[in-house]
Design a protein around this ligand. Structure first.
Ligand code: FAD
Length: 381
């Protein structure tokens, strides 16, 4: 009996487990570990923030996976030994022939002085209900969407957040008595989308009267104001994308590089340890333009599918899987009923190639289907 141990059951881990189960008979054991009982997608956070829907409505129990014969372990992973291909999980340890590290990126508001006390972290599930309550109580003034660190999951999502806030305040009759400002630490709005993509995003913000400023390095957050290295910005409500880091257990395992993420081969997604793979937000793949591959659920999912194919090929002795091609797409919500699409060929040389499909109601429908299709594929209820 051979075994694959998948650490983390988010986008990447669920895709790996599901694809691997389809590819290999049940004499190959698949163990999928996550501390949390329920899965939900990041996009739900913004929907709950502005009251369109709830995170609960889009969440599913990991006890109810659609693929049969996957051993789901709900516990804390407290240590990983990549050399031995094993992990300490709760009170025990599990060894495997192949290990896939899919532990994501952790939102760390604690890394910015005053951020947790004076702002709302909507990049973690736990922060959303309080932010939604604060928004419901908001009666006009300035809302700042602050990108306090990079890289962070889903590069366009803070701007989607601003578009949703614009629509929400308009519907409540508060838009004319409110300002929405986006401030990002990055040198342009969307470095991964290049100058053209960033200018496109800037035009979308400007069209809706949303202000933006780039290159804003936060020193601290005080009650009612953000103090940057070069000035301050007052707010009545602060919606924050905190800095993100790899989980401590990954760092303690010695898997991370100087940037703090797991470096992997861009084609095989293998770490420096044989048969130990890493996928999704926890990884760093440096592109031809020197920027990292964006952290996104679609990328984690496609990487998971690729790694599953590679493991299945090795276990069953069939032909090698083709290398991961670095292509991905993402729907950018411009409000409830309109979305644009970014499509990226991120491994293109000399620079990643990106195209933008204009916003339409059809793309908003496709985004809702994006969630529904994955929940139906990964879960039976
Ligand atoms: C507001 C918002 C909107 C987004 N919208 C989109 C979108 O529209 N499209 C898109 O493609 N992406 C979107 N994303 C990004 C997407 O959610 C992430 O990129 C994706 O979840 C990454 O998948 P992953 O498998 O790498 O990590 P995750 O999905 O974060 O999964 C990691 C898992 O590891 C578990 N874990 C971590 N440490 C431990 C431990 N020590 N012990 C046990 N379990 C552990 C966690 O519980 C978690 O379930 C959005 C994100 C946000 C915040």
């Amino acid at each position: 009996m051979t075994r694959t141990l998948i650490l983390g059951a988010g986008f990447g881990g669920l895709a790996t487990a599901t694809n691997l189960r389809e590819a290999l008979a049940d004499d190959h054991e698949i163990v999928l570990v996550d501390r949390a009982e329920r899965f939900s997608m990041g996009l739900r956070k913004l929907w709950e923030l502005v009251g369109h829907s709830t995170i609960a409505e889009g969440s599913r129990s990991r006890e109810a996976l659609a693929a049969p014969d996957i051993r789901v372990v709900r516990d804390e992973i407290t240590a990983i030994d990549p050399g031995a291909r094993s992990a300490r999980i709760g009170d025990g340890a599990i060894e495997a022939d192949h290990v896939v590290v899919a532990l994501g990126a952790v939102s760390r508001p604690d890394l910015v002085d005053g951020l947790a006390e004076n702002g709302h972290d909507v990049w973690s599930v736990a922060g959303v209900p309080r932010a939604a309550e604060a928004l419901r109580g908001f009666q006009g003034g300035r809302i700042v969407v602050l990108i306090a660190g990079a890289p962070y999951p889903c590069p366009p999502a803070p701007y989607e957040c601003a578009f949703h806030l614009h629509e929400h305040l308009t519907a409540r009759g508060l838009r004319s008595s409110s300002e929405i400002e986006v401030a990002t630490v990055q040198p342009m709005l969307m470095p991964n989308a290049g100058k053209d993509g960033s200018e496109w995003m800037g035009a979308q913000l400007a069209e809706r009267g949303i202000g933006f400023r780039t290159g804003k390095v936060v020193e601290r957050v005080e009650p009612g104001q953000i103090v940057f290295q070069d000035g301050a910005l007052a707010f009545d409500l602060l919606i924050a994308v905190p800095p993100h880091r790899a989980p401590d257990v990954v760092v303690a395992a010695g898997l991370t590089n100087k940037a703090g993420w797991i470096p992997v081969d861009e084609g095989t997604l293998q770490t420096e340890h044989p048969r130990v793979f890493a996928i999704g937000d926890v990884t760093q793949i440096v592109l031809a333009n020197g920027l990292p591959l964006p952290k996104a659920g679609v990328m984690a999912e496609q990487e998971g599918a690729h790694v599953a194919a590679a493991i299945a090929a090795e276990v069953s002795g069939t032909r090698d899987a083709p290398p991961f091609d670095g292509a991905g797409y993402c729907f950018i919500e411009m409000g409830t009923d309109s979305a644009a699409v970014f499509r990226g060929d991120f491994y293109a040389e000399p620079v990643p190639r990106l195209t933008i499909d204009a916003a339409s109601p059809a793309h908003a429908e496709e985004k809702r289907a994006f969630e529904a299709e994955r929940l139906a594929r990964w879960f039976r209820a």
